[in-house]
Design a protein around this ligand. Structure first.
Ligand code: DGL
Length: 283
């Protein structure tokens, strides 16, 4: 069985990279919905429909498991697809297909509380909070998923999201580093002003941002820890596969890269991140 990895574009490569390192023998099919990137500015129903179509393509390519390497799709579409679409799809395909998101592993990594664990009793409101800054797309910020889910689990941790409205689109198009740096600096400043101080930790809550993680490291106060989604997602997938041995992932380490957009080589920023030439095939 191959594992599918889905994103609106090249951002999910950051997660894919960690998965490939963790599961070198597994076959992976990557799909970037580049014809419709970026997702962040789109309306909810559109994000749901595009995510459904992307997962459908990966199931049709033989994947039983799809990792949504996209916060926007995970925040907006995942629950609805799990409830309204996947049960019928399993019957139609006659196999136990599933879709996993990346927000749950990130929240587990940020709070140290596993998803299935009962939230600890709510304590006193603390004077001194551990403040996490979440840099993400507009749709993810509007969903407030990080604020809500972190608050349920930890009263001593507060999340503040900063929508970086045009950043994913600029990374997707391979914009010059100076332009990306100016934008990242502006968003770190804006969040710091809003919180009243710099965050203690940060989540790069859009997989595209991981490609330019060094710009966030430079803009944040020295030593601010980043909670990295790719590693957290690989850990969560390893735990999932232990619980679900029926998703046997034996393979020969085959890597396929698909796009709904223009096939061929990807730009220098994506290739530099990936560390090798990258060529996407048309779906
Ligand atoms: N990389 C995606 C995310 O994690 C989507 C960015 C976008 O398409 O706006 O949110």
């Amino acid at each position: 069985m191959a594992i599918g990895v889905f994103d609106s574009g090249i951002g999910g490569l950051s997660v894919h990279h960690a998965l490939v390192d963790r599961f070198p023998q597994t076959d992976f099919v990557y799909l970037g919905d580049q014809a419709h990137a970026p997702y962040g500015p789109r309306a909810g129903p559109e994000i749901v429909e595009l995510t459904r179509a992307g997962c459908g393509t990966l199931f049709a390519r033989g994947c039983d498991l799809v990792v949504l390497a996209c916060n926007t799709a995970s925040a907006i579409a995942l629950r609805q697809l799990q409830q309204d679409w996947l049960p019928g799809e399993r019957t139609r395909l006659g196999r136990p297909v599933n879709v996993l998101g990346i927000i749950v592993p990130t929240i587990e990594a940020a709070t140290g509380v596993q998803w299935e664990q009962n939230p600890p009793p709510r304590g006193e409101k603390l004077e001194q909070l551990d403040v996490i800054g979440v840099f993400c797309t507009r749709a993810t910020a509007a969903s407030r998923v990080y604020e809500i889910e972190i608050d349920k689990r930890r009263t001593d941790v507060a999340a503040f999201s900063e929508p970086c409205v045009s950043l994913a689109g600029l990374i997707e198009s391979g914009a010059p580093r100076a332009e990306l740096k100016a934008l990242v600096d502006r968003h770190v400043e804006a969040l710091t002003r809003r919180i009243g101080r710099a965050p203690d930790r940060a989540i790069l809550g859009c997989t595209h941002y991981e490609i330019t993680a060094d710009l966030f490291t430079d803009a944040l106060p020295p030593g601010t820890p980043l909670i990295h989604q790719p590693g957290a997602t690989a850990d969560a997938l390893a735990r999932y596969l232990q619980r679900r041995p029926d998703y046997a992932t034996g393979g020969s380490g085959l890597r396929t890269f698909l796009t709904t957009g223009t096939p061929g080589a990807q730009h220098a920023l994506a290739e530099a991140f990936w560390g090798a030439p990258l060529s996407f095939q048309a779906v």
